[in-house]
Every structure is written in structure tokens, then in C-alpha cells.
Ligand binder design. Structure first.
Ligand code: NAP
Ligand code: MG
Length: 495
């Protein structure tokens, strides 16, 4: 990416960018097929619907591949395959045998991690630094972690003989395509369930590469089936009568529809939905460290993170210094080619998402908030949005209430911890929060007042498969990760 300011080998002036040479990750490690079928019963098959759709690279609008569209008959075929694999094979395998497959899958993801990282960045637009250092290692870690539980479930649930639920229908979003697939598939398989998973329409390719991993690991056919399609495919899956469990990650709007569709059926349900997290910075915090955490929390993944720290609550006494440092820091962010290892902010995942971000930012301006944007150049093709933040914001503003899911931060101020907690909790969501302070006691007292599933202290967006993740209020219910996450995939009652 061209830089605004050339430095001629000298230290750049305050606010200027270092002139880095391009450092693109090699793309040719990935072999994308021109066309992908549905992964049913251990093999790629033509869809009965006869239809295909395309997936593109949002950084340059290039078509990457054609992908099969699963219609109702295809959904049914996948559920039947999963049921048969459940009854005949998977539910009968001892935990230690299931564990071997999960270990193998984890190892193969590790071995093929560069391939996965490049493909994730190509299909979804996220910087290679994120897919390489966060998404793929965490996906592999999730399979390793659950491999460890598969033969020890009776220790996870003391006094209880855990039984699997049966067949799980799983639907995931586009922001962490492989990681969300791992979050869903690994605990289901560890507990003895079989799966039909639908990836998001704009990012199906790493889930399809994962199917090759299942083949390589010789996972018995039908244990995991991956069906690609759109929201309607997801709706058909949810409505299928022969599912025992639905696990959904996505928007609160679709989550509500799914909850209605499942009401009154035997299907168990977990929902991981949206967020509008508060990142709270007290005057005694290490400010530079906090600025890095704030930037990581909202800009590094284009704000495409359900737990993004999209509201920054600053103690009034340090408001000016924080805003000054934040302005400087967003000028230094590199927006551009997701495959470049120096890129901080990649492409917006889809044109639809870009339009949504643009609309909400326009509403912010119309409602009188003050906008601050990086002046960085943007590539000509593809979907891009400059790192942005708003000041003069109150909780009455739309941008402080609605999930934007883009690189846009709303800055608010507070005077006391009581006021900070009140603002932080003044949202229909409750997925996550961040607290920045030098005082452990202050953190502990403050965190206990927050109605959020995860509260990070002096850091942000840190994940571990052993740590449960999930929301309060309209951020959903159920947890993923840790023992809590396992409990969503075992039958209750047998204590
Ligand atoms: P979305 O529109 O709700 O879509 C999520 C998934 O549901 C996609 O696979 C989508 O298919 C499918 N879908 C759409 N309509 C459906 C319906 N009526 N029935 C069944 N499935 C349907 O959400 P998104 O825009 O992809 O993702 C962004 C949202 O996910 C944000 O709100 C974010 O906060 C949330 N999220 C939450 C977490 C968490 O752990 N809490 C994690 C990541 C993201 P198509 O893509 O093909 O339309
Ligand atoms: Mg794509």
C-alpha cells in the first residue's frame, strides 16, 4: 500500500506512517477448486437443488469459486447421513476412540495452518496477521482441548453418566469462519453427537477445506456434514424435524427467528448473538497500553467481532489525552491488502455489510456526534472503511446503541465507577466488556457490577478453549468453551 508520507530512512514525524515494503503472504499455497459440492456422508456431492452461488474476495471483488446451494432435499440428505452415522457408528464409539479423531483433526489443521490462514483472508477479507495468529491456532486449540475431554466426560459431569444428544444442526456467521466451525463441531463430536453445519454465504471456503481435513483424518462418513447456502438454507436446517439440537451464532435478529422456530419442539437450543461492549478506561490506567487494547478491540478485525469494544467509556479527567492519542493511533493503522503481513485493517466482509456501516455512520453524523476518521488511502477495488471514532456521543445516539459490526468506535465519558457501570450496562446486549485500571481491587469490584459474559482486564479479545464464552440478555444464552460449553451437547437427566 502506498504511504502518505515518505520517510527517506529517517524517523517519521509525529503522526506519519513508516514506509514499509509490501510483505504479502504467498497465495499459491492454497489450491481453490473452481467448484465445490456439498459435503455429505464423507464426500463432496452435487446438490439436488442443481444450484450454485459464487464466493468472492472482498478485498478485490474477484470470484474465488462456485459453491453448491443446499435446498430442502439436500438438507434432508445431510440430516439423514448424520442420523445414520450417529446411530451406527459415532454414539457407539468409546470416548477414547472419538478423542483420536479429534486429535488428528487438530494436528492436521496445525500442519496445514498457512493454507487455512491464506484461504481465510482471501474469502473473508481479514488481515493475514489475524487469521495466522488468532483464528487458525485457536481453531486447532479447540479441537485439541475437546479431544482431551472426549474420554473424560464423567469427570466433567460428576456423578452423571453423560449421554450425547444426537444430531446437531449448527449455523455460523462470516466473521470467524473456521474458528466458529471449530467452536461448534469439536464439543459436539467430543460428546458423541453428529453434525450438520451451515457456514455463512460469504465465507464457505475454510469450512470446505476442513472437510478435506476430515477425509484426511478418516473421520467416519456422516459424522460431520457441511452444507453451503444462504439464510434460507439455514432456516430449512432449523426446521428439520430430525434434529436434537440447534446451535446458532449470528445476529440477534436471526437468533430470535430461530428461537421462535424451535419453540415447542424437542430441539435444544444455544444462541450466541450480537454485542455492544463497553471498554472502560479509568484515570489510573496505563494509557498507552489501553490505547493498544482499544485499537485491538475495535479496528484489527474491521470491527467484525461480536465482542468488539465498540463503546469506549473514558474517565473525564483523562478524556483529552485519550482522544489525542487515539487520533494519532488510527492515523498509523495500515488499511489494505489482507494478505500483506503489515496490514492492520483488512476489507469489509461484504458490500451489504459495508452499506450497513456507512448508513450507521451517517446516522451518527446526522444525530450530531463528532466524527474522526483516519486519512489513509483506500484501495480502489473491494470493500473498505476507514478506522473511525465518534466523540460528543451520549447513550441516546443510535451509534451508541446499535451494533455496527465495523471499525467504528463511540467515545463516551463518565465521572464515577457507578456512572461507568450504569452506562456499560445500559444496552440490550451483554456479551463482553473491558476494564483498564492499575488497581486490582478496583477491577474486581467494578467487573462484578457488569452484566457481560466476559470481562477482560488490561487486555482485550483474549480467548482460550478452556474458558466459557457467551452472553447475557439479547447476546444470547448458552456458553461455548470449557465445561459449560460441553454441557450444551450432553443430555440432561442422567445424574
Ligand atoms: P446473521 O445474518 O444472523 O447470519 C448468521 C448465520 O445464519 C449465517 O450462516 C446466515 O446465513 C444464517 N441465517 C440467516 N438467516 C437465517 C434464518 N432465517 N434461519 C437460519 N439461519 C439463517 O449474522 P451475520 O451477519 O452472518 O454475523 C454477524 C452477527 O453475528 C453479529 O450480530 C455478531 O455479533 C454475531 N456474532 C456473534 C458471536 C457470538 O459468539 N456471540 C460470534 C460471531 C458473530 P447467510 O450468511 O448465508 O445469510
Ligand atoms: Mg467470500
Amino acid at each position: 500500500m502506498a504511504n502518505r508520507e515518505r520517510t527517506n530512512g529517517q524517523t517519521p514525524r509525529d503522526g506519519a506512517r513508516w514506509d514499509y515494503s509490501p510483505a504479502p503472504e504467498a497465495r499459491n499455497i492454497v489450491k481453490i477448486k473452481p467448484r465445490y459440492g456439498l459435503f455429505i456422508n464423507g464426500e463432496f456431492v452435487e446438490p439436488k437443488s442443481g444450484q450454485y452461488f459464487t464466493t468472492i474476495n472482498p478485498a478485490n471483488e474477484e470470484v474465488l469459486a462456485e459453491v453448491a446451494y443446499a435446498g430442502p432435499e439436500d438438507v434432508d440428505r445431510a440430516v439423514r447421513a448424520a442420523r445414520e452415522a450417529y446411530e451406527k457408528i459415532w454414539s457407539k464409539l468409546p470416548g477414547k476412540e472419538r478423542a483420536k479423531y479429534l486429535f488428528r483433526i487438530a494436528r492436521i489443521i496445525q500442519e496445514r495452518s498457512r493454507e487455512f490462514a491464506v484461504l481465510e483472508s482471501l474469502d473473508g477479507g481479514k488481515p493475514i496477521r489475524e487469521s495466522r495468529d488468532v483464528d487458525i491456532p485457536l481453531a486447532s486449540a479447540h479441537f485439541f482441548y475437546h479431544a482431551g475431554w472426549a474420554d473424560k466426560l464423567e469427570y466433567a459431569f460428576h456423578g452423571r453418566r453423560p449421554r450425547p444428544l444426537g444430531v446437531a444442526g449448527q449455523i455460523i456467521p462470516w466473521n470467524f469462519p473456521l474458528l466458529m466451525a471449530a467452536w461448534k463441531i469439536a464439543p459436539a463430536l467430543a460428546c458423541g453427537n453428529t453434525v450438520v453445519l451451515k457456514p455463512a454465504e460469504t465465507t464457505p471456503l475454510t469450512a470446505l477445506l476442513l472437510c478435506e481435513v476430515f477425509q484426511q483424518a478418516e473421520l467416519p462418513p456422516g459424522v460431520v456434514n457441511i452444507i453451503t447456502g444462504d439464510g434460507q438454507t439455514g432456516a430449512w436446517l432449523v426446521q428439520h424435524p430430525d434434529l436434537d439440537k440447534i446451535a446458532f451464532t449470528g445476529s440477534t435478529e436471526v437468533g430470535k427467528k430461530i428461537q421462535k422456530a424451535v419453540a415447542g419442539t424437542r430441539k435444544r437450543l444455544t444462541l450466541e448473538l450480537g454485542g455492544k461492549a463497553a471498554n472502560v478506561i479509568f484515570e489510573d490506567a496505563a494509557i498507552d497500553q489501553a490505547i493498544e487494547g482499544i485499537v485491538n478491540g475495535i479496528y484489527f478485525n474491521q470491527g467484525h467481532v461480536c465482542c468488539a469494544g465498540s463503546r469506549l467509556l473514558v474517565e473525564e479527567s483523562i478524556y483529552e489525552v485519550v482522544v489525542r492519542k487515539l487520533k494519532r493511533r488510527i492515523e498509523l493503522l495500515r488499511v489494505g491488502d489482507p494478505l500483506d503481513k503489515n496490514t492492520d485493517v483488512g476489507a469489509i466482509n461484504s458490500l451489504m455489510q459495508l452499506r450497513k456501516i456507512e448508513h450507521l455512520v451517517q446516522v451518527g453524523v446526522q444525530e450530531g456526534a463528532e466524527i474522526h476518521q483516519s486519512s489513509c488511502p483506500l484501495p480502489e477495488r473491494g470493500y473498505w472503511f476507514r478506522p473511525t471514532f465518534f466523540t460528543r456521543v451520549s447513550m441516546a445516539h443510535t451509534i451508541a446503541r446499535e451494533e455496527i459490526f465495523g471499525p467504528v468506535l463511540a467515545v463516551l465519558t463518565f465521572r464515577t465507577p457507578e456512572e461507568a457501570a450504569e452506562i456499560a450496562n445500559n444496552t440490550r446486549y451483554g456479551l463482553s466488556a473491558g476494564v483498564w485500571t492499575n488497581k486490582g481491587s478496583k477491577y474486581l469490584a467494578f467487573a462484578s457490577r457488569l452484566k457481560a459474559g466476559v470481562v477482560w482486564c488490561n487486555t482485550y479479545n483474549k480467548f482460550d478453549p478452556a474458558s466459557p464464552f457467551g452472553g447475557y440478555k439479547e447476546s444470547g444464552f448458552g456458553r461455548e468453551g470449557g465445561i459449560h460449553g460441553l454441557s450444551a451437547y450432553v443430555a440432561s437427566g442422567e445424574w
